[in-house]
Design a protein around this ligand. Structure first.
Ligand code: GLU
Length: 475
């Protein structure tokens, strides 16, 4: 195992950190941690008009939330333009690049001809060997790479295998635009070289770029890094991932109530496998992650699977930590801010006491918050439709006779309350459910809740009895 692996995550901050980007970051991070190497972060903000500070912050925040830390200082690509230009000059000086004075009209004509012949648009190399003294007046040149026109370029991709590109398909790409600004192709290569990147792991939409970029490395006499081009994530129907199917920013997943550890586990399995292992700790991921385990066909995003995984992580999470997670999501859930306003020490204690029952039933933190809402409800409780139906006249009378029995329980504990309710049901010749149902409706306003004796215990004697009295009716 090499100890000097350096990977990088290089997002363009033109949108938030979307789910595909998060997976790319995770793979780079895991490979670096697995090999004892480093993962660097570079923000590709050279498109000044489309890059926003908001998007840059969202990338940092998304990575932090997923606990994907990077090594060293963040590199902002826009600060390195002078260096990119310097490399273009070096290529010019070495005869590996040239000034091209083709006018926009000429370029349009080349595209037109190519289209007419059914070929992809390509620059025909007309300024490769011409002397700048022949330059037409008033045309500001671009700088183009002098790439080989015959033979082939081979990418030995760690994921895609050996991929061969005929050089006749790769035209002389622009390195510097006519205003002197570097192109994306040049910037990426110069930065990856200067940052000492040994392994490039990114989406396979960059595979052709790898072939073109190779000639910039070769032109400078630089080592070409190892490439791993990961198939993009597709929707459940096999089509490109759409918003409806999960192509959302990481913060949207946070707000939908997914735990970062669950999302991380879900993402690692999206396109990478270690045998049949589905659930893995972070340490296992780090120990097992390798480039050979990345699949060649696109993974399909499956919300149901993510939900199940999230439910698993919720059930297995420590109660205290879940209380913190729940509180953290309250600002964005329905009625959450009102709940937050009521959250004093006592309420927090109730939440913690209710957590073992609550977490068994929730697949997301949003659901967990919804299920916990009964704890915070104002009296008299608003009953949902089903709860109203349960609390008919007979049920309300039943509650009336149950109240003194509960009140006589000296120690307000779930097991003792259960005993009292069972005795009451037996004495009245009722099945336990016949008593539990109205209890649940009156205590929670709903027909779904954690175990009813836990609910009684968690609410505490005063609140529980008051809620029952609110609904009880004398015969
Ligand atoms: N900035 C590019 C993107 O967000 C990635 C470039 C690369 O990984 O080489 O698609």
């Amino acid at each position: 195992m090499s100890t000097n692996v350096v990977t990088r995550f290089a997002p363009s901050p033109t949108g938030f950190l979307h789910i595909g980007g998060a997976r790319t970051a995770l793979f780079n991070w895991l490979y670096a941690r697995h090999t004892g190497g480093k993962m660097l972060l570079r923000i590709e903000d050279t498109d000044r008009e489309r890059s926003t500070k908001e998007a840059i912050d969202a990338i940092f925040e998304g990575l932090r939330w997923l606990k994907l830390d990077w090594d060293g200082e963040v590199v902002m690509q826009s600060t390195r333009i002078a260096r990119h230009q310097e490399v273009a000059q070096a290529l010019l000086a070495a005869g590996r690049a040239y000034y091209c004075y083709a006018t926009p009209e000429e370029l349009a004509e080349m595209r037109e001809t190519a289209r007419a012949q059914g070929r992809p648009p390509r620059y025909d190399g007309r300024w490769r060997d011409r002397d700048p003294s022949e330059a037409p007046p008033g045309v500001k040149p671009v700088v183009r790479l002098k790439a080989p026109q015959t033979g082939e370029t081979v990418i030995d991709d760690q994921v895609q295998g050996r991929v061969v590109f005929p050089n006749s398909d790769l035209d002389d790409l622009v390195l510097l635009r006519s205003d002197g600004t570097p192109t994306y192709m040049l910037s990426v290569v110069v930065d990856d070289h200067d940052m000492g990147i040994t392994h490039i792991i990114r989406g396979d939409d960059h595979l052709t770029n790898a072939a073109r970029q190779t000639h910039i490395y070769l032109g400078m006499g630089w080592d070409v890094p190892s490439f791993s081009h990961v198939p993009l994530i597709h929707g459940p129907d096999g089509a490109k991932l759409s918003k409806r199917h999960g192509a959302l920013g990481v913060e949207a997943y946070r707000d939908m109530g997914y735990l970062p550890e669950a999302l991380r586990n879900y993402l690692v399995r999206l396109g990478w496998a270690h045998g049949d292992d589905e659930i893995m700790t972070l340490d296992q991921m780090i120990a097992w992650f390798d480039l050979g385990g990345i699949g060649r066909s696109p993974a399909r995003f499956d919300f149901a699977k993510l939900e199940n995984l999230n439910g698993f992580y919720i059930r297995h999470k420590d109660d205290e930590a879940l209380v913190e997670d729940l509180i953290a999501i309250l600002p964005v859930v329905e009625n959450g801010p009102a709940t937050l306003a009521k959250l004093d020490g006592e309420m927090r204690g109730k939440l913690l006491a209710a957590m073992p029952g609550l977490k068994e039933r929730a697949k997301t933190l949003v659901e967990l918050a919804g299920n916990a809402a009964f704890l915070f409800a104002d009296r008299p409780l608003r009953l949902d439709e089903k709860a109203s139906a349960v609390l008919d006249g007979a049920a309300r009378q039943l509650l009336d006779s149950l109240i003194p029995r509960l009140n006589s329980v000296t120690d307000w504990r779930a097991d003792l309350l259960e005993q009292a309710v069972r005795n009451f049901a037996d004495e009245n010749g009722l099945k336990l459910g016949k008593v539990a149902q109205p209890l649940r409706a009156a205590l929670t306003g709903s027909t779904i809740s954690p175990g009813i004796f836990d609910v009684l215990a968690v609410l505490g004697r005063n609140e529980a009895l008051a809620r029952l009295s609110d609904q009880a009716q004398t015969a």
